[in-house]
Design a protein around this ligand. Sequence first.
Ligand code: DAT
Ligand code: MG
Length: 168
Amino acid sequence: MERSLIIFKPDAVLRGIIGEIITRFERAGFKIIAMKMLQPSYDDLFTHYEGIGTLKTRKGDEIFESQLASMQDGPVIAMVLEGVEAVETIRKMVGATEPKSAAPGTIRGDYAHVTYGAAASVGRGVANIIHASADLSEAKKEISHWFSDSELHTYDTVHQPFTQPRKK
Ligand code: DAT
Ligand code: MG
């Protein structure tokens, strides 16, 4: 089983669409093993977006600082989901970074439509609802950054019979 780190960004929390999006993950059979609301600090976001995600290196100071400020517009909800090849499938459900380019049916494509250009013109990170780990290595680092081991829960769901050997 893989684990992926999800963050509902302030635009999702302030719009009140968290429940609908959690439902999509539950419907796909992913198990929520951790969840908390927090007001992220600049330092925590720096580690998340540059220390782990290399956003400043990849996209430059202006986009980086705009994104960190946008992530502090309100509280966020961090969550860990577990499932078979969870990281790749959750990224597929989330869709492309720029909502304009995100396919209909994806979370970013269904809940937003804005562009990088529009975000740049107002000095904001592009409001794209949700963060999801890009690959397994990022997922592991992000989960241990946002959650302690004792916050990660172990329990059985009704999906498990379909992913485990048949009982004799
Ligand atoms: P993703 O979140 O799809 O993994 P990323 O890691 O490249 O994408 O960027 C992290 C976040 O930074 C992204 O969700 C929104 C913001 N961002 C990235 N590129 C941007 C841009 N060109 N304009 C505005 N915000 C941007
Ligand atoms: Mg990323």
